[in-house]
Ligand binder design. Structure first.
Ligand SMILES: [Fe+2]
Length: 241
């Protein structure tokens, strides 16, 4: 649900990112970017002291069950139960510790709990679709959830998003927030999705795709998917702005 449009087209903004593996601000096949890509060169704003020293999420702010999206209601949600886990790493492969990782996703039928979601698929009274946790000393995070369904959107005729989970990672300040999407292996919709394709480097695209992992899979309980997030450097996970 990060696809709405706000601004007008700018070839210069697309060029600004031509050397980056992150998706360009302007990618015409992703129709909303025609309106929201900036029309003026971006201005660098250094962090202020209050941003760097202001309050951020601490361990007290994250609840015991916030990482488990299958236990946030009285009953269990419908769908394939999955464990999604990985590490948050910097450009040199070092763990990024004590960072807030947030996820949000559609339910198993491809429906978000959001007022603008008009997809005629059922809501699940036992699934909100949002979770969060903090990375540990090895930069590890872990969520329990259900596999999201694909959902249609209005970008073009017969447009469907590949199943995905949105990820947000906070740095040392709220202004350091990074957002990306995690996909599932071998999704047949990859070739037809302009958001996935807006990351032009095929290797970088694969860094947004999780891996099925039998070690993480729990017998008689849940499939396991591994998704490491690398912030910066040559192996960086592509990020949205
Ligand atoms: Fe989405």
């Amino acid at each position: 649900m990060t696809e709405p449009a706000t601004r007008s087209e700018s070839p210069s903004s697309a060029e600004r990112r031509s050397d980056s593996e992150d998706p360009p601000y302007l990618y015409p096949d992703y129709v909303a970017t025609r309106l929201r890509a900036p029309t003026q060169p971006l201005v660098f704003l250094p962090h202020t002291l209050s941003e760097l020293t202001g309050p951020a999420f601490g361990e007290d702010a994250v609840g015991e069950l916030d990482h488990d999206l299958t236990r946030q209601h009285d009953g269990e949600p419908i769908g394939q139960r999955i464990v999604v886990a990985g590490r948050l790493l910097d450009a040199d492969g070092r763990p990024i510790r004590s960072q807030l990782v947030e996820i949000w996703q559609a339910n198993a039928a491809g429906r978000y709990v959001h007022e603008v979601d008009r997809h005629p698929a059922p809501l699940d009274p036992n699934f909100t679709g949002a979770g969060r946790c903090l990375t540990d000393d090895d930069g590890r995070y872990r969520f329990v959830t259900i596999k999201p369904g694909s959902y249609p959107w209005q970008n073009h005729d017969n447009a469907w998003r590949p199943a995905h989970i949105h990820f947000s990672v906070f740095g040392r300040a709220f202004t350091d927030r990074l957002v990306t999407q995690m996909y599932f292996p071998d999704d047949p919709l990859f070739d037809h999705d302009p958001i996935f394709q807006s990351v032009r480097d095929p290797e970088a695209r694969l860094r947004m795709v999780s891996s099925f992992d039998l070690e993480l899979t729990e017998p008689n309980w849940a499939h396991g998917y591994v998704f490491d997030i690398v912030v910066g450097g040559a192996k960086a996970t592509p990020l949205e702005d």
